[in-house]
Ligand binder design. Structure first.
Ligand SMILES: [Zn+2]
Length: 398
């Protein structure tokens, strides 16, 4: 197969801590005037351009920076309908309580497979155009056996990182029969969805009457684990609660949101940092006018963190990781290097993947190019569309 040498890389962020000197605290694994050789979709060689081995083709990126493709480890892309009015209402002070999800459920159930597929394809393309090369996609706007299973079937056409979220909210037709809905999720719905899913997730949130209690969430996660799925949790979004502790207890790969964490939660997440990642979703705080979590406090305590978009129709309809990065630095006290690592190697860890998020020999050739000489421009030039996934074969839109 053909190999391609990408040259003219002014600054290469590998994310490979092994390339850093011992005193380098930020683990960016920076190389200047670098080259990357790609073969069969994998990275075959990384190093200084002057030492690059011969390749079948050369693609000069023209003095730009190259970084690992963003890993967006939390999104809800399978939905139809429009909720922009809710966003407008929240900006005037209306609080988010999880209620609007039903609006998306009705529109999603009414859409055809082809309509949903086209909507997901558009959103994935939008992400790629902003530098995201891996995306996790959840179901959760079907909430019936048929609609959850087809949401996952469609999601699986776009990514191997699919997550069954039948436990997003209790649908209105089960409002007075919560336990029956939990039985459905863990029974017939799980059986229909598990073949199309890698993960199971639950919205564990005592501050929303439509979400799930700690006990219900434990039942859902246990059933998912029995069906062979990995575990993820939506927790601690609307207030203090059991989500983070439950994620640690059950060995979940990630607890997502973490907007409200107690000192005990932070301690437990730090002790579980090899297993459970705290995934922060600052686009949600932005879009719901909520306080931002203090990511500095988590890093200082030794918690593993990730950053993701939570792209969804209700609480954050932005697919932009560069936007998330800018918020993380401006509002959550991360350095640019820490934020970039959280959205690459950190979010890869939350998906238990070692073949993405770091530019190293043998990993997937998921590269993002910046129309800038340094990764710092991602933050310095917030809002300017400088990041995009590098297409195989060297097309990079010069
Ligand atoms: Zn979410």
């Amino acid at each position: 197969m053909n190999s391609t040498a990408f040259t003219g890389i002014a600054e290469l962020v590998t994310g490979d801590a092994l390339l850093d000197g011992a005193d380098h605290s930020e683990h960016l694994g920076l190389l200047s005037d670098a080259a990357v050789v790609v073969q069969d979709g994998l990275i075959a060689w990384v190093g200084p351009a002057s030492q690059a081995p011969p390749a079948d083709e050369r693609a000069d990126v023209g003095g730009r920076a190259v970084i690992p493709g963003f890993v967006d480890s939390h999104s809800h892309l399978v939905f139809a309908g429009d909720r922009s009015q809710e966003f407008a209402a929240r900006m005037t002070g209306v609080r988010y309580d999880g209620g609007g999800i039903v609006t998306s459920v009705n529109a999603t159930r009414a859409a055809s497979d082809d309509e949903l597929r086209a909507l997901v394809a558009g959103r994935v393309a939008e992400m790629r155009a902003q530098g995201t090369t891996t995306v996790e996609i959840k179901s959760g706007y079907g909430l019936s056996v048929r609609d959850e299973a087809r949401s996952l079937r469609i999601a699986a056409e776009f990514t191997p990182e699919t997550t069954f979220l039948g436990a997003h909210v209790v649908p209105p037709e089960f409002a007075d029969r919560r336990s029956e809905y939990v039985d459905l999720i863990t029974g017939e719905m799980l059986a229909a969805c598990a073949p199309h899913a890698r993960w199971i997730d639950v919205f564990c949130e005592p501050h929303s009457a439509r979400a799930f209690t700690e006990d219900e969430a434990r039942v859902v996660l246990s059933a998912g684990r029995q069906a062979g799925l990995g575990l993820r949790v939506h927790g601690n979004q609307l207030g203090h609660g059991p989500g983070a502790r439950l994620a640690v207890e059950m060995g979940a790969a990630s607890v997502d949101h973490c907007t409200f964490l107690s000192a005990e939660d932070v301690e437990q997440l730090a002790a579980a940092s090899d297993t459970t990642v705290a995934t922060l979703l600052p686009g949600v705080e932005f879009s719901t006018r909520s306080p931002y979590p203090n990511a500095r406090r988590l890093l200082d305590a030794g918690v593993s963190i990730a950053l993701a978009s939570d792209c969804n129709p209700g609480t954050c309809y932005s697919s932009s990781i560069p936007f998330v990065l800018a918020l993380a630095v401006r509002e959550m006290s991360l350095t640019p290097a820490e934020a970039l690592l959280a959205a690459t190697v950190g979010s890869a860890k939350s998906l238990r993947r070692k073949d993405i998020g770091v530019i190293r020999t043998g990993n997937r050739a998921d590269l993002t190019v910046l129309d800038a000489p340094s990764f710092l421009h991602l933050f310095y030039r917030a809002g300017v569309p400088i990041a995009r996934a590098l297409e195989p074969g060297g097309r990079h839109g010069q």
